[in-house]
Write a protein that binds this ligand. Structure first.
Ligand SMILES: [Fe+2]
Ligand SMILES: [Fe+2]
Length: 256
């Protein structure tokens, strides 16, 4: 199965000094994106978005999942916008990446199973109310619906690839909700072991790097790969869709 190549961003200015960008970072809506349509702010303030993300997070907590609330939505939105912006995509596409990323897990309000697909339908209804164009709604549905590899998701657009990379790189101890370290499962352990995470995008080198600091006293590296190898494969595919290579660096050692 071959996927369409991502639309090319603006050509790179070779005369400008090389800039290695780091993330996740606080990204902002560009004025140009605001002129071209509704923005992430309206989505975030929508009462249904607030209620559904809150309920989804609570429900996932009941069945033992890590944090999937507003913090995860905001972090993923920031990272997706950062990735697209760093690669030179236009302001509107960066904004759509942030919106798709903010909404990507909203389907968990129904059930974890197939939450990507249900999330795409829920997102579409909200976005139409906010008067997004049908083309934009379609792009966001594809990105939300394809964010989980376990549910058959694949990068299907630049926005979708950025959402996958942003989502899969949100690994951090702050996401663990289980207060008893003695009863951690492998997901709790791996997340708890991650004390720092960073995405680097080097547009010149066409390289997207996920840098992690893992406390191996909490979780051996093997456990990271045990649960995250398939996610890393999806990240590599997503980086390739964006015309980049993907690197994984853990504790200053490049592993992929
Ligand atoms: Fe998800
Ligand atoms: Fe997620």
């Amino acid at each position: 199965m071959s996927s369409q190549p991502a639309p090319q961003p603006q050509p790179i200015d070779k005369s400008a000094p090389a800039k290695l960008q780091r993330g996740p970072t606080k990204t902002r809506t560009e004025p140009q994106a605001k002129r071209e349509g509704p923005t992430l702010d309206q989505v975030r303030e929508h009462p249904r978005v607030k209620a559904f993300i809150r309920a989804a997070n609570e429900q996932l907590g009941v069945v033992g999942y890590t944090e999937h609330g507003e913090r995860h939505a905001r972090t993923t939105a920031d990272s997706a916008r950062f990735i697209l912006k760093s690669l030179g995509h236009d302001a509107r596409r960066c904004e759509l990446g942030a919106i798709a990323a903010y909404l990507h897990d909203i389907g968990n309000v129904i059930t974890r199973d197939r939450h990507a697909q249900t999330g795409a339908i829920i997102a579409a209804e909200i976005l139409r109310e906010l008067r997004y164009t049908e083309d934009e709604v379609a792009g966001i549905m594809g990105a939300v619906g394809n964010h989980e590899g376990e549910e058959g998701g694949q990068p299907v657009s630049a926005v979708s690839a950025a959402v996958i990379l942003a989502d899969k790189s949100d690994v951090h101890r702050s996401r663990v909700r289980n207060p008893r370290t003695t009863s951690f499962d492998i997901h709790d352990r791996v997340n708890y072991a991650a004390t720092a995470v960073n995405i680097r995008v080097d547009r010149r080198e066409k390289l997207i790097t996920l840098e992690l600091t893992i406390d191996t006293a909490v979780s051996p590296l093997m456990e990271y790969f045990e649960i995250f190898l398939s996610r890393m494969v999806l990240c590599r595919r997503s980086a390739e869709y964006l015309h980049c290579s993907f690197a994984l660096v853990i504790n200053n050692t490049r592993l992929l």
